[in-house]
Ligand binder design. Structure first.
Ligand code: NCD
Ligand code: ZN
Length: 344
């Protein structure tokens, strides 16, 4: 008997769609399965004003059509005007605001250096109920790259939460047991997204047997105990953990380089991989919460009315190795194990 799983249409609570030819080439990969996505604002130049976000929304919709809803975010800088941000939210142009520590990741040069200076913005956001989405890594050169998330929690995030306890915060793409424990220690207004690839790879996948640029992303995958903690959180049914793929396309020449870009592109096969991972963990019944219900719950949005059905097959499902875009080829994330679940 064929096994199927039908869930409300999922959403992606952390997605990079880029712009121009790359946007045109890769946005359909997300729109095929996801109803909505939180769109990252780290374009060059970044999406910093309500007007920028409205224009970018239009460019995304021109590619995907109305069947896909991009939920826009603003890129927080030390020059952000709290009034513009609150107005953009009140007008329904933006859903959330993204905090990049300056220099933490791809296109984050305009991010925040002095977190204390952001206090008036955080207070305005708390008042208006606008979620703050954190790229949770410090950038101090003396901090080891594998410790940067844990140190961010202690030095940056926890102080922000103590000073502005009403601020709603999402810890984006968490990669450590420390982050899972921090979510557990906090009240309901703190949530966390987990990517597909961090449920699959640990740092050995990147470094053992030759360097694998397509597994390099930020925050970088940690040791296996951390992957296990993420898997436990994602499959636990705890409503504060939800899917944010962080699907982040770069062309192959930018990835396969002496200084390769960070980002894994998982939009194409994410739902198949997740079904396989949850099935293998004996937690298929928890996929619906993780991919379709917990995110809307945190963001105070309705669960999607449409559905997505997955079917377990006898032979592995083959996805394209690359998506050809006008900007160049983009390699699709390879989980390294066969996928028996396909989206119908
Ligand atoms: C993202 C990108 O390429 O924009 N890269 C990544 O490794 N995740 C940026 C980010 O989310 O950190
Ligand atoms: Zn990202």
């Amino acid at each position: 008997m064929t096994q199927t799983l039908t869930i409300p249409r999922p959403d992606d609570w952390h997605l990079h769609l880029r712009d121009g030819a790359m946007l045109a080439g890769i946005a359909p990969e997300s729109a095929r399965h996801f109803a909505r996505a939180i769109i990252m604002p780290n374009l060059v130049p970044p999406v910093v004003t309500g007007a920028d976000a409205a224009a970018y929304h239009g460019r995304i919709r021109a590619v995907t059509g109305a069947g896909f809803t991009p939920l826009m975010t603003l890129y927080l800088t030390e020059a952000t005007d709290p009034a513009d941000l609150v107005a953009a939210h009140a007008q329904g142009i933006i859903t959330a605001v993204k905090l990049y520590p300056a220099g933490a990741t791809t296109n984050s040069a305009s991010g925040v250096r002095d977190f204390d200076r952001m206090r008036p913005v955080f207070e305005a956001m708390a008042e208006a109920g606008i979620p703050l989405l954190c790229h949770g890594e410090v950038t101090d050169p003396e901090i080891d790259i594998f410790d940067r998330e844990a140190v961010f929690i202690d030095r940056v995030l926890d102080p922000i939460r103590r000073r502005t306890p009403a601020l709603r915060v999402v810890m984006e793409h968490i990669t450590t047991a420390d982050a899972v424990a921090y979510v557990h220690s906090q009240p309901e207004n703190l949530g966390a997204t987990i990517t597909t690839h961090h449920l699959v790879i640990n740092r050995n996948h990147i470094l053992v047997g030759g360097i694998k640029p397509h597994y390099y992303c930020l925050p970088v995958a940690k040791r296996e105990t951390h992957r296990q903690a993420l898997l436990s959180a994602a499959t636990s049914g705890d409503a504060r953990f939800f899917l944010g793929t962080d699907s982040a396309p770069h062309t192959d020449d930018a990835k396969e380089s002496a200084c390769g870009c960070a980002g894994c592109f998982t939009a194409t096969n994410t739902m198949s991989i997740l079904a396989q991972v949850f099935d293998d963990a004996g937690a298929l019944d928890k996929l619906e919460g993780f991919a379709s219900r917990n995110g809307p719950g945190f963001y105070r949005l309705p669960v999607n009315e449409g559905t997505l059905t997955l079917e377990k097959t006898d032979t592995p499902v083959i996805y394209p190795a690359k998506i050809e875009t006008g900007a160049g080829p983009v390699t699709v994330f390879d989980p390294g194990f066969p996928l028996y679940w396909r989206v119908l």
